[in-house]
Design a protein around this ligand. Structure first.
Ligand SMILES: Cc1cc2nc3c(=O)[nH]c(=O)nc-3n(C[C@H](O)[C@H](O)[C@H](O)COP(=O)(O)OP(=O)(O)OC[C@H]3O[C@@H](n4cnc5c(N)ncnc54)[C@H](O)[C@@H]3O)c2cc1C
Length: 460
């Protein structure tokens, strides 16, 4: 990455963090003609490209391929000589991530955005010190009319002895080789995704959850369908328990003692217990920024209580997802440098869990709809069936399709799916939901046969 001496240079915009949101904002602002500088202490690309969505999805493809081959005897396919070398997979992923990072860097150069490698730390509200990547000395100081904080989030770890041996999602993609067994602590989407990935790659997985349910916040029918499938595919799920103590044994094995007294062991353990804004380095104390819990408080134009400082992405209390951070970045740049008057519609944000099979959802869950409109005003349509793709496979998992409808105006206010390709299907459904589609319009849409999603238009 280029390091340019920028002392005494004044920018229209300095973006701190070259992840999903920061890159989108910097590129869009530069396209509108702004003089932009972007500061990044790590590889260009951020969580999504380097240690999130992209490497994870590549692992999902690997895991699903192995599972499909192992279960395809009925199609005449043999898995006798099937082997899996995690070193190859991890190396391929690193290469791809580096390629994407390089593409982003080239795009920044093309747009004449000054790219500085280093950590941004506010000196005062108008100046940002650039700290070298070893976090020891100040390399430079930049001055700007506006600053955009897009430093993303970081994984949380438990503060108990032994946690220093744990991994978070960050470390997984740095590994040279995958372990033979793993304990995953957490029940959210990242925990479930890794549990399915590792299980389908042949790793022995135990997942430990504090609550009695997977995927809090998702529709209960979806999370319970995933629970059944995960158990039947060999993942050990431990609910209503917590990690109390970690003991390192010989031969690379850890013993885990749980609050209930139960014990389990594994070669490695991964915390996936949540994330929080990554504000350690930027010195927000100096700015006296108004906070909303751990998040930076912003108004509807992403402005903090300091009028020249803005924040987007995982540092603010909005859905922490890549497309949301990108849209916030673009809208910010369009409004301030493109003279547009745009705003973000947070109402119908599709979400997916890349478990096996996938979960995807848009709109209200059944519970949210009942709370909002009253149970008697909500109608639920759902169907659960064995997908045709499993006909010759030794897989019992059933897919589930569900619609939540507001009876008063016939609007479809929730569309949920558990099953193959649900993320692709729900992405398209989210267009119609955000346009206010009615159940009658679903019913009068011609089915595409034979598919799983045709059931959405034939559930009367
Ligand atoms: C394992 C995992 C899987 C995920 N999967 C999905 C998914 O499937 N779909 C989805 O939509 N979202 C997913 N996410 C969430 C998604 O990655 C984030 O919501 C998104 O990256 C947030 O973008 P951001 O711009 O706010 O921050 P980030 O992309 O995290 O970028 C922040 C950047 O700021 C840099 N930085 C931090 N501090 C400083 C500083 N002081 N100075 C300079 N630079 C700094 C960081 O190094 C980083 O590059 C996943 C996240 C994880 C962890």
């Amino acid at each position: 990455m280029i390091i340019k001496k920028t002392l005494n240079k004044k920018f229209d915009l300095v973006v701190i963090g070259a992840g999903s949101g920061g890159l989108a904002a910097a590129k869009r602002a530069a396209r509108h003609g702004a003089k932009v500088c972007i500061v990044e202490g790590d590889k260009i690309g951020g969580t999504c490209v380097i240690r999130g969505c992209v490497p994870k999805k590549l692992m999902v493809y690997a895991a699903n391929s192995r599972k499909n081959i192992l279960n395809s005897k009925g199609y005449g396919l043999s898995s006798e000589k099937l082997s899996f070398d995690s070193k190859v997979l991890l190396k391929s992923i690193k290469n791809e991530v580096n390629r994407l990072s390089e593409l982003h860097l080239n795009a920044l150069e093309k747009l004449k955005i000054t790219t500085i490698r280093g950590w941004g730390r506010f000196k005062n509200k108008d100046h940002l010190d650039i700290i070298d990547i070893d976090k020891k000395s100040v390399l430079d100081t930049v001055n700007a009319e506006k600053f955009l904080i897009s430093v993303g989030g970081k994984p949380i770890k438990l503060n108990i002895p032994g946690s220093e041996f744990s991994w978070s999602s960050n470390e997984i993609f740095e590994l040279e080789e995958l372990p033979k067994s793993i304990l995953i602590i957490g029940g959210g989407y990242i925990a479930c995704e890794f549990a399915c990935i590792f299980n389908n790659l042949g790793i022995n997985v135990t997942q430990l959850l504090r609550s009695n349910n997977l995927l809090n916040g998702f529709d209960l029918d979806l999370s319970s369908s995933l629970r059944e499938t995960m158990i039947s595919s060999g993942i050990t799920l431990i609910f209503n328990d917590e990690l109390l103590k970690i003991e390192k044994k010989e031969k690379k094995i850890f013993d885990f003692i749980l609050k209930s007294g139960q014990k389990c062991d594994a070669e490695s353990f991964l915390y996936a217990i949540g994330r929080e804004p990554n504000l350690d380095l930027i010195n927000i104390q100096e700015l006296d920024l108004k906070m909303n819990g751990k998040f930076i408080e912003v108004n509807e134009i992403n402005q903090t209580n300091k009028s020249n400082i803005f924040a987007i992405g995982d540092v603010i209390d909005k859905p922490n997802l890549t497309p949301v951070a990108i849209e916030q970045g673009r809208v910010f740049a369009d409004n301030f440098y493109g003279n547009l008057n745009r705003s973000i519609n947070y109402e119908y944000i599709p979400k997916a869990v890349f478990s096996n099979p996938e979960i995807a959802t848009v709109g209200l869950t059944e519970k949210e709809a009942n709370n909002m409109f009253g149970e008697k005003n909500i109608e639920i349509f759902k169907c659960k069936f064995k997908p045709m793709s499993n006909t010759f496979k030794n897989i019992n998992s059933k897919c589930l399709l569900k619609l939540v409808v507001n009876k008063s105006n016939d609007k479809v206010i929730g569309c949920h799916m558990f099953g193959e390709s649900s993320a692709e299907i729900i992405q398209m459904a989210s267009i119609s939901l955000s346009m206010g589609v009615t159940k009658e319009q679903f019913n009068s849409t011609m089915a595409l046969h034979p598919t799983i999603s045709e059931e959405y238009v034939t559930m009367y």
